[in-house]
Design a protein around this ligand. Sequence first.
Ligand code: ARG
Length: 433
Amino acid sequence: MADYIWKKDSSGKVDERVMRFLAGQDVLLDRELLPFDIRASRAHARGLARIGVLEEGQAEAMAAALDELQGAFAAGEFVLDERFEDGHSAIESWLTERLGEVGGRIHAGRSRNDQVAVAIRLYLRDRLEQLKRESCAIAGVALERAASEAMLPLPGHTHLQQAMPSSLGLWWAGHAEAFIDNAELAARIAEWIDASPLGTASGFGVNLPLDRDGVAAELGFARLVVNPQYAQNSRGKVELRAIDALSAATGDLRRLAWDLSLYASEEFGFLQIGSAYCTGSSIMPNKHNPDTVELLRSLHSTIVGARAELDSVLSLPSGYQRDLQDTKPPMIRAFERGLAGLALVPGLLESVTWNETRMREAIAPALHATDRANELVGQGRPFREAYRQAAAEIEDLAGRTPEASLQARVSPGGNANLLLERLRERLQALKAD
Ligand code: ARG
């Protein structure tokens, strides 16, 4: 272990067992944050040069050394591990090794407290952008299939009981709209997070005229977290909101996965999932199991568990507390697993094949009863009376076809009038954003 950056002289005793406990997995988790911490450090150095705390040449040398670290880390030539107390110390030690005492000047006007806070906001901005992209990709496949399979009949259920004739178009478009909403939520939360806490130091500001606005602009932030105390108090809060956006997507994925696993069962027999997404059984030679769908269904529990863990850390007074470090494991676990799962969904959806005959045959004549009642309404009959007459006539519905029923379902959003172009427009706008 390199010397701790906070070690002032040789008198203070460091107990390695205590230090190991304080570190936990922290330095390893900082691997996720390091690229963002390096970027923020570069902007901070340039900011210091603008107010004369660093000479221009010193800031340039720092920026170059930080670029080098970025490259070495990406190439696996620099490994962040237990040699360092955390990622922040690793950056300073890299600079000091290369630039001597100039390296230690990087920490003027900042604290690890605002350093980690800015790295987390940059990390979350990046992950929410990914969440938006994954959600758009899922919505894109679902919309395409909604268009190409618009009128293929599918029995519609409520209470898991057969209800009315429906279509693949309506089913696909329903899942598409969910993920358009989820993409939009990710984008909005990203905007809400888009504020720089850098330059608030340990939570009180510093007696230097830091160019906080300039540094924030270089990092692409829309605004500042103005108040230094709130910069610390909002730690954990931003992570929670980001996980909320993620859980909106995994919650909808859970429902989609439920539909797929139900429809794939032999009793329904509506669809088959591509073999790349299935596994076999170690004992039953006949099995073809939709494991991917099932683990995508349970993915939501990882996210909800992480959210609960994170939330329970936040019972804290104002200002920085080391407890906040414990928000990192659930945040990173949630986004790593969540995004990896969501990234599989477009391909999985493309791999689905339908058994049209089974779906058509599953639509019993009684499912046309509601259509019949509304036909009578169209002829001027009061709905309640039409309802009773249709109930009495269920036997007479045997000659009807799902196709005719779907063609007549003209209400906006209904099977014959899916308004896919409206969904497409929203998706395009999100993608262009
Ligand atoms: N690993 C720490 C965290 O995540 C970094 C900040 C340390 N600050 C401190 N004052 N000890 O919170």
